[in-house]
Design a protein around this ligand. Structure first.
Ligand SMILES: [Zn+2]
Length: 337
């Protein structure tokens, strides 16, 4: 084969490759499992992710957020795609900011995209927790007939709280956020969420807010709240009917609750508190030592002054000599002869 022919062949193969679907779609295995209330849940994954996909599928067979009753939800099929490469993840999510940087839910499409744990490495996030969170978004959307009907903080807080993400969230961060004023007020997390890389506090805050609602009447009241929204109530009126609170009152209550629960006591459990305490000790030690040194210098100066006498004492002999030399008197030089 001539070099020119070989080049032509390579070019043609390259063009054919460009028109093929991206590898993310072409190489995925499909496996369907039966979820709660006989719901079909389809997993799409690369063969090399089959171990994690199998574990996730087993979880999906039984998981539904606690307040929801699976039988009462629309029977739509759910899809979970384990993205095998970064490129596939970006393409499948359309570059949308993912939850904790790991996964994205598209509730209207009944679809969840998770990064293969091979890509995320050992960052400590449990794939099962991540999947529960993303399925939470899908189930909430099914439960209320469109998750845009609840505030964004509730959507995130519900998905995260019932996915049990408390285990890997540090409440000390929330306490610090409150103390240094970097917390976005809950009311402002209504329609939007801060972009990466700083949404972490907003997630923790949202989870704590949902936990606060849950404390007022358990999972049953949360279900009642969602049922009311599904039946046409706004979030505000459903909240009033369920908890006897307007949304404004809840935000105010939440703020004072936050102050009680996430104060200095919690902040000081943070690693940063230890560093600050250590820095203060070093600084304190330095200041004490500097003061002692100054005192010692002042004491020695005083002792020297006492030994030498007052500095303006002109009675010393040397003074007289100086005066003698200063005199404009030629006689002291003696007779030149
Ligand atoms: Zn989320």
């Amino acid at each position: 084969m001539s070099a020119r022919l070989r080049l032509l062949l390579v070019l043609l193969l390259g063009l054919a490759g460009a028109s093929l679907p991206p590898p993310a779609h072409g190489q995925l295995v499909t496996r369907e499992v039966t979820g709660p209330a006989a719901r079909p849940i389809v997993f799409h994954y690369a063969a090399r992710d089959s171990t994690v996909a199998t574990a996730l599928a087993e979880l999906a067979v039984t998981y539904v957020p606690r307040p929801l009753i699976a039988d009462g939800l629309p029977p739509d099929t759910l899809h979970v795609i384990v993205a095998p490469t970064e490129g596939a993840f970006v393409e499948l999510t359309g570059g949308r900011a993912p939850d904790w940087g790991l996964a994205v839910a598209f509730p209207k499409l009944r679809r969840v995209i998770v990064r293969s744990p091979r890509l995320t490495g050992g960052d400590g996030a449990d794939p099962a927790t991540i999947l529960r969170h993303e399925l939470g978004h899908l189930y909430l959307d099914l439960a209320v007939g469109g998750s845009e009907r609840v505030p964004r903080w509730f959507n995130e807080g519900f998905s995260a709280f019932y996915a049990d993400e408390w285990r890997w969230v540090d409440p000390a961060r929330l306490a610090w956020g409150r103390l240094i004023g970097s917390l976005v007020p809950l009311a402002e997390l209504d329609a939007t969420f801060p972009e990466l890389p700083a949404p972490r506090l907003s997630y923790i805050q949202s989870m704590a807010a949902v936990r606060s609602l849950r404390r007022r009447g358990g999972d049953d009241s949360v279900r009642l709240l969602l049922d009311r929204i599904r039946d046409g109530a706004t979030f505000d009126s459903a909240l009033r009917a369920t908890y006897g609170l307007t949304l404004g009152q809840f935000y105010a209550d939440w703020n004072s609750e936050l102050g009680r629960e996430f104060g200095w006591g919690v902040a000081l459990t943070d690693e940063r508190a230890l560093w600050i305490a250590a820095a203060l000790l070093v600084l304190g030690g330095y200041l004490v030592r500097r003061r002692a040194l100054r005192r010692e210098i002042a004491r020695r100066r005083h002792a020297e002054d006492v030994a030498l006498g007052p500095p303006d004492d002109h009675s010393l002999g040397v003074e007289r000599w100086e005066r003698y030399w200063e005199d404009d008197d030629e006689e002291w030089k003696g007779d030149p002869d």
